[in-house]
Design a protein. Structure first.
Lengths: 114, 114
């Protein structure tokens, strides 16, 4: 158990819908990262937050957004869902934002768009 | 730009045999390198990391990896495979570019035959 929690574990929805994925980082970790894992794209970085502020963006679509709240939990919002958004979404956390910091991954949320 | 290449999407070994999973990196600056393991339906777990302190890095579950700058490699090895090692293994890199997110390789699925 990494100490990172993600809810829900599974999510099934229809095209065009909007969903919210939630992540609670390890106690004491200020940095949260979101990754998408799909069969065709592999593991891709989406976005990073540090202590409530956006720090870096990766291959995140405009239909997707995220935020980190004062209690440090983070939410990833996916809207106007398409079939291709079906994937495993991971949240990871680290104590700070230096290179070399270990990132601890949650169990993931499996999103299925029908 | 940073990237990692994992040679071999599938590797099969016999129980008790040597495990060798290959990873080559591309980076214009000294990298931080990581190996993660993903068991079925689970998140990613850190096996080991290289942060320039020592070129031979020992990790959990008997795994180790050696950083070879001349070969731009960071191959993962284990002297004797166990059935419980069957999983997908990801090599990842992070360099000092201001972006702290990990760039992952495409993964290698390890099968262990009895």
């Amino acid at each position: 158990d990494s100490g990172v929690t993600q809810t829900p574990k599974h999510l099934i929805t229809a095209t065009g819908q909007r969903v919210t994925l939630r992540c609670s980082p390890r106690s004491g970790d200020l940095s949260v990262y979101w990754y998408q894992q799909s069969l065709d794209q592999g593991l891709q970085f989406l976005i990073q937050y540090y202590n409530g502020e956006e720090r870096a963006k990766g291959n995140i679509l405009e239909r997707f957004s995220a935020q980190q709240f004062p209690d440090l939990h983070s939410e990833l919002n996916l809207s106007s869902l398409e079939l291709g958004d079906s994937a495993l979404y991971f949240c990871a956390s680290s104590v700070a934002t230096r290179e070399g910091n270990e990132q601890f991954f949650g169990p993931g949320t499996r999103l299925t768009v029908l | 730009a940073q990237s990692v290449t994992q040679l071999g999407s599938h590797v099969s070994v016999s129980e008790g045999a040597l495990v060798l999973l290959r990873c080559n990196y591309s980076s214009s600056v000294p990298p931080y390198l990581f190996w993660y393991v993903q068991y079925p339906n689970q998140g990613l777990q850190l096996l080991l990391k290289y942060t320039s302190a020592a070129t031979l890095v020992k990790g959990i579950n008997g795994f180790e990896a050696e950083f070879k700058k001349s070969e731009t490699s960071f191959h993962l090895t284990k002297p004797s495979a166990h059935m419980s090692d069957a999983a997908e293994y990801f090599c990842a890199v992070n360099v000092n570019t201001g972006r702290r997110a990990l760039t992952f390789g495409s993964g290698t699925r390890l099968q262990v035959q009895p």
